[in-house]
Design a protein around this ligand. Structure first.
Ligand code: CS2
Length: 434
């Protein structure tokens, strides 16, 4: 065994070819690798499906993966220990600024699928240099080359992500050229999905552990939980990998599944992220062990569950599984990471439950508590990362109930116009105080 990590060989394909690119991905991050790249590598036809994965704002992930030929180690971390696996489905790791490569690949008839993990907030960003603007220019190249129909698969945590992607992409295409808008409508299938795999940030300790346990150097391993779920709904006009071999489910109607995931998993995350940090916790597992946080979570779950009525959703079993996943003592999932972009996440994770509860004549206390925890956390936070940061700061400058109302307005204007909701949220402030 060499004495230092630098003497170890770099992870490599050892002359074996990478699978041919037939999937283009935008948003090369850890979640893409633990999820879509892993599902693709586990399809029975994996040898025919390579991914060209493009970074978003920074090229770092491409710079780390390119020297190791797109390969990376997936560390599946369970309560009992770690399992290591080299994932080979990423055939090319590309700097997102390389739009010429993106356009070439999208123009190619062999490219059948585009997957997206661009984060929730990006779907509102119609700028030409934003990821969806780049995608539209790639689709223009496909139209010009006669590349044929293609599927776009959003893997972001948004209700109706397929439809949201469709309206953003069609809107940008139409602004560019009405003919292109029409082509997109007719040739691009927007597939809706619900994606799930808890994937915290990789730490330097994880990199060192892979070197020690695997005997090679990997600059960019990914750590994830054993659980993985992918539920999809829509057409793939140019084909797709046999993802069902890896456990993906294809359903006629995605919405109930997406609501279950967004409300129960992501909603609980958001509630724990704010209430937990207010109480001095750093990780999901720590917050869960605090009865103030866990009882707020259960209260919110009870509300959400009233609107998740399809028997196939198996809500009690799903909740039990979540408790186990969140408590995984070896996954350090930082609350600060989840707390980012709160204005967007609350809109998707808490507001629909609050509205549904009120429509049924109930108070929506559990969902209101999620908003209250956010407001308290904003007032206390050393660092806030949110697309509405300027407006948040302005609202934080106001006193008492006005502040609550201004912040609620950033999440949902209708809620802020309802005095009873503002009073409810305002009255809940401080519930997670230490
Ligand atoms: C989390 C998600 O950061 C967050 O907002 O709620 O990334 C969550 O871990 C994934 O959706 C799990 O599948």
């Amino acid at each position: 065994m060499p004495s230092t990590t630098t003497e170890l060989p770099l992870l490599s394909r050892n002359g074996e070819p990478a699978p041919p690119v037939r999937i283009v991905h935008l948003g090369l991050g850890a979640f893409h690798r633990s999820h879509q790249a892993w599902f693709t590598a586990h399809a029975s036809d994996a040898a025919q499906w390579g991914i060209a994965s493009f970074t978003g704002r920074r090229p770092d992930a491409a710079l780390a993966l390119a020297p190791q030929e797109g390969l990376f180690t997936l560390v599946e971390r369970s309560a009992d220990g770690d399992r290591f696996e080299v994932v080979g489905s990423i055939a090319e790791a590309v700097d997102g600024a390389d739009t010429a490569r993106l356009e070439d690949l999208l123009a190619a008839a062999d490219t059948a699928v585009v997957t997206l993990t661009v984060t929730e907030k990006v779907y509102d960003d119609g700028g030409p240099d934003a990821p969806l603007g780049r995608l539209v220019r790639g689709l223009a190249a496909r139209r010009a080359a006669g590349g044929g129909p293609i599927a776009v698969v959003s893997c972001d945590n948004l209700a109706g992500n397929g439809e949201v992607a469709r309206s953003s992409v069609v809107g940008i295409a139409e602004d560019l050229d009405p003919g292109l808008g029409g082509w997109v409508r007719e040739n691009v299938s927007f597939v809706g999905t619900s994606v799930d795999r808890i994937t915290p940030r990789t730490t330097p300790d994880d990199v060192a552990e892979v070197a020690e346990r695997c005997g090679y150097r990997d600059a960019s391993p990914v750590v994830t939980e054993p659980f993985a779920s992918w539920i999809l709904s829509g057409d793939f006009p140019a084909g797709r990998p046999a993802w069902e071999d890896a456990g993906a489910q294809f359903v006629p109607d995605i919405q109930p599944f997406e609501n279950r995931k967004l409300w129960l998993l992501n909603g609980a995350h958001t509630l724990l992220a704010y209430s937990g940090q207010l109480r001095g916790h750093e990780t999901v597992a720590e917050a869960l062990a605090d009865p103030v946080c866990s009882s707020a979570m259960e209260e919110f779950w009870d509300e959400a569950a009233r609107h998740l009525t399809l028997p196939e959703l198996k809500v009690p079993a799903y909740r039990a599984a979540l408790l186990e996943r969140f408590a995984n003592p070896r996954i350090a999932h930082y609350l600060a990471q989840i707390a980012q972009d709160g204005s967007v996440k609350l809109r998707l994770r808490g507001v629909p439950v609050l509205r549904a509860e009120r429509a049924d004549g109930r108070s929506g206390l559990g969902a209101a508590r999620m908003i209250a925890a956010w407001i308290d956390w904003l007032a206390d936070a050393a660092e806030i990362s949110d697309p509405l940061l300027g407006a948040i700061r302005e609202a934080l400058g106001r006193p008492g109930r006005d502040r609550a109302e201004a912040l609620i307005r950033l999440v949902d204007a209708d809620l802020a116009a309802d005095a009873a909701i503002v009073d409810l949220v305002h009255g809940l402030l401080g519930f997670a105080a230490r």
